[in-house]
Design a protein. Sequence first.
Length: 255
Amino acid sequence: MESEGVLEAVDGHHVNYSFLQGSGDEVVVFCHGIAMDRNEFADVFKQVSEHLLDEGLSSVRFDFRGHGESSMTDLQIDVSGMVLDLETVLKECSGDIHLVCSSFGAVPAILAAREHDVDGITLICPLLDTRKQYFEPHQHSFWDNNREELELEGYIEREDGFRMSASLLMDLRNLRIPHVFGELECEIQLFQAEEDSAVSPQIAIDLGQQEPNVEFHLMENTGHGLVDLDEAGDLPAPKTRKNWSKVAESIAGSL
């Protein structure tokens, strides 16, 4: 039976969450990507959480500020605030904690995992280098290509309508996620789409192969979100669901 509730972060933001109670002591905490909500695209996080429940595992899905049921707008988002939201959830968890992070959700998760007793992390098509993603190469980056809009509006609007504020972009320019990633001592599973056009597969490959605590999976014929490239129409279609079932089985097997 799924229950829902609200937690209050130290800065007063209300964090909306969904909880599934399993039979064991372990709890899986899901961190969704940017412009998504606690269930991720096409409810794939909900699919995985229900699979984990069948294995006796508890799980928490929550909305980062500026997403889902949050009272904040996208322009009020910064990385520090997202970390506060995740820490608010983690403080309520007992037993072994495993983080599951998709895309941008890897950023606050990796930062929080450095400070908290996290037993394991599963990363799916993660954003692992914010500087390379948004600020390189010089003169041809997301930042440089959208400077005029940023100076005029105070934000950059992505193709999906999500607005990235100047303060959020400054956070992303100053972060050194690869360095923090290398400091983590917990076991990490990394699932990277071979044909990912939203984040760099090569960054994930390089980091995944150089860190001894990382179990790396390169998913063939898949795009961002482990979407099977042979499938079209409403997602997740059967092959894409199968990819996420593999993730769920891998998480359950590690706990």
